[in-house]
Design a binder for this molecule. Structure first.
Ligand code: FES
Length: 260
């Protein structure tokens, strides 16, 4: 599922998250050192690091929110995981904000270290969940199977375009295109036997089928490998047990129209 917040196809959120993680760990380490070594300079460095951590965390959150809204498949296990990821990381920012507010004197109080430690624990758990979102749920991964062509994704306006979703020349065999239509995510695909359309929602845990592989009228979900017949919607291999909804595609004057 290609990231919506990307720079030349590279997702921006993972590029930025190293900064708040490093600054928050650094702030805690310098505060501990300032207490142990009695060095007020280290206490000031920790203060600056806390501010940098919050600012960089807020910046990293912007592409993260864009991906949460537009890249993570709705009603999926990844959406729940991404919600937890966002909440835990927000807690880390809040804890470091509190640590700045209660910071005073020339060395850290014990309660300040406890607040920072809690913030560091939160950012670590948030990072762990973020890793699962990328490495297991493939959020932001631009998957390209052989001959599957480039990732295609469009917003179609059903009223203006009368359900027009593409043209016959734009897809090669076994290439898919993700269409946002009327609040739904529908995959338009070309197979050896013509054009097909089906819901972009694996009935197992909500994986995006547009990010999977299509071959011989079968689409395979990228998360756990469930397979569906794209003409009938039937499950041909589990773990999914329920079929997917399919739609009729009509061709008129070289244009493709979706019939519900
Ligand atoms: S979400 Fe598990 S196989 Fe699709």
């Amino acid at each position: 599922m290609r990231s919506k917040a990307n720079f030349k196809t590279h997702p921006i959120h993972p590029m930025l998250i190293g900064f708040p993680i490093s600054f928050f760990y650094g702030a805690l380490i310098f505060d501990v050192l300032s207490l142990v070594l009695n060095k007020p300079l280290f206490f000031s460095i920790a203060y600056v690091m806390s501010i940098c951590g919050i600012v960089s965390g807020l910046l990293a959150a912007i592409p993260g929110i864009v991906d949460y809204m537009y890249t993570v498949p709705p009603k999926s296990s990844a959406k729940k995981r991404a919600s937890k990821h966002g909440l835990i990381n927000s807690s880390a920012l809040l804890l470091f904000l509190i640590s700045i507010a209660v910071r005073s004197g020339e060395s850290p109080a014990y309660y300040l270290l406890i607040i920072e430690l809690a913030g560091v624990v939160c950012i670590t758990i948030g990072g762990w969940l973020g890793g699962t979102l990328v490495y297991r749920n493939q959020i932001g991964v631009d998957i390209r199977y052989a001959d599957a062509g480039k990732w295609k994704e469009v917003n179609a306006n059903p009223i203006l375009n009368n359900q027009e979703v593409g043209t016959i020349g734009e897809l090669m065999n076994n290439q898919m295109k993700l269409i946002h239509l009327d609040g739904k995510r529908i995959v338009l695909a070309r197979t050896q036997n013509g054009f097909v359309a089906f819901d972009d929602h694996c009935t197992h845990k909500g994986g995006s089928l547009a990010g999977g592989a299509l071959i011989c009228d079968t689409v395979q979900c990228p998360w756990h490998g469930s397979q569906f017949n794209v003409k009938t919607g039937e499950v041909t291999a589990g773990p999914a047990t329920k079929g997917i909804k399919t739609y009729k595609v009509e061709i008129k004057d070289g244009k493709l129209f979706l019939q519900s």
